[in-house]
Design a protein around this ligand. Structure first.
Ligand SMILES: Nc1ncnc2c1ncn2[C@@H]1O[C@H](COP(=O)(O)OP(=O)(O)OP(=O)(O)O)[C@@H](O)[C@H]1O
Length: 193
């Protein structure tokens, strides 16, 4: 799968504009239609995040699936920035809900979006100047929050995947301990892998 991210663009007022005929739709097997979305009440899960983090969908190209969470699918993608393309991880609602009927499927998708929205709120808080951010905390690069069907979190891409599988692989290979480096500074001792 390697196409433009979305079938939609967002106009200056943050309203959706259907570009179905202009761009290739990324998630062609996502059957959540806008007609059906009328049944969903607008709520927290679908509030725009604000221009600081909002990403224009046509700046994002999806490359390949890299993981699955409990309520989300994760893809590797490329985000265009003025100077270069940045590899990113894109977390979206799951393409297949596994539900038996349309109503249930919509409800599941709404809850998945709500869960992503909650995660996004935590990410935004962690990046805020009040908290300060940290080199060991995954960086939020942006989000698509104005298009219900493509609601996505975009973070920096970690080449080695998730921390737990990385550490488990090290443990199985027996080289886990050898790669621990101990660093000390004035105030505290820090373990680094
Ligand atoms: N930034 C990233 N870089 C590389 N791989 C990632 C990244 N984010 C997620 N993944 C991959 O996707 C998988 C699932 O993502 P994540 O850990 O965020 O979901 P989860 O928290 O387990 O589930 P959920 O958030 O749906 O409850 C990870 O185990 C990892 O393999």
């Amino acid at each position: 799968m390697n196409g433009m991210y979305s079938k939609y663009s967002v106009d200056n007022n943050g309203k959706e504009e259907d570009n179905t005929n202009r761009n290739e739709k990324l998630f062609s097997d996502n059957d959540e239609s806008h007609e059906g979305d009328k049944l969903l009440k607008e709520g927290h899960d679908y509030k725009a995040i604000g221009e600081n983090f909002e990403i224009e969908p046509d700046k994002l190209v999806i490359m390949k699936p890299i993981g699955k969470g409990y309520f989300s699918d994760v893809h590797m993608g490329m985000l265009s920035s003025p100077n270069k393309d940045i590899p990113v991880a894109v977390k979206t609602t799951q393409m297949k809900t596994g539900s038996i009927n349309e109503e249930e499927s919509k409800d599941i998708l709404k809850r998945q979006r709500q869960a992503l929205r909650d995660e996004l709120d935590i990410f935004v808080h962690l990046q805020s100047s009040a908290v300060g951010g940290h080199e060991n905390v995954l960086k939020l690069l942006g989000a698509i929050t104005t298009i219900k069907t493509d609601f996505s979190l975009v973070t920096e891409y970690c080449e080695c995947g998730s921390m737990d599988s990385f550490l488990q692989a090290k443990w199985k290979n027996g080289d886990f301990v050898d790669e621990l480096i101990f660093e000390a500074n004035e105030n505290e001792k820090v373990w680094k892998v």
